[in-house]
Write a protein that binds this ligand. Structure first.
Ligand code: ITT
Length: 199
């Protein structure tokens, strides 16, 4: 039985394809492109649950949803759960990165620019069985965007151990150390315990 990846974010989908290979995946972008879920939760966990449940209900498949975001300490944890909606609704990833750099202008010292990506994954079956896991990855917000890979805030997210931004890291390396990779490592055994039909 295939697993539905309940996201409309092409960057996340690309990473899930690498992270979950050789599991058979179906993309929500192809199967249910019109289904949008209002993210009314106050936490990553609540929003991931809302998305996984809605996609499982509509598709009849086990759905894996990801809710994630970037927390910047100098901004009191913003943009956090609102990361995809930071700034005005018309902004794209580049616009949101510019806005974040602007907000951090009063904090030029690297030690004041600490941040982390967080991710909550929820897998939900149409019959209500479910499991979930969290992951985080620590970093520092760079002074300007660098790198071409990844998506979202990756060009601004400097990973100290590798002295590169997430957007400079080879995708295989991002998929070892990212918040999403870490959450998935915890989720993996639970996924097969909860849904033996996926094996
Ligand atoms: P779906 O809800 O359809 O999955 P989304 O982009 O709206 O897609 P979220 O609500 O979880 O997803 O918002 C997460 C935002 O946080 C996302 O839009 C990115 O801007 C950022 N983000 C999450 N993971 C990231 C990563 O690995 N690299 C860079 N930015 C990331």
């Amino acid at each position: 039985m295939p697993l539905l990846v309940a996201t409309h974010n092409a960057g996340k989908l690309r990473e899930f394809r690498q992270l979950l290979a050789p599991l058979e995946l179906v993309s929500a972008l192809e199967l249910v492109p019109g289904l949008t879920v209002e993210e009314t939760g106050e936490t990553y966990s609540e929003n991931a649950l809302l998305k996984a449940r809605a996609f499982a209900r509509v598709s009849g498949l086990i759905a894996l949803a990801d809710d994630s975001g970037l927390e910047v300490d100098a901004l009191g944890g913003a943009p956090g759960v609102l990361s995809a909606r930071y700034g005005s609704p018309g902004l794209d990833d580049q616009g949101r990165c510019r806005l974040l750099l602007e907000a951090l202008r009063p904090f030029p010292e690297p030690e004041r620019r600490t941040a982390r990506f967080r991710c909550c994954l929820v897998a939900w079956a149409p019959d209500g069985r479910h499991c979930q896991a969290d992951g985080a990855c620590e970093g520092i917000i760079a002074q300007s965007p660098v790198g071409e890979d990844g998506f979202g805030y990756d060009p601004l997210f400097w990973v100290p151990e590798h002295r590169q931004t997430m957007a400079q890291l080879p995708p295989q390396l991002k998929n070892q150390l990212s918040h999403r990779a870490r959450a998935l490592r915890t989720l993996h055994p639970l996924l097969f315990q909860t849904f033996p039909e996926l094996a």
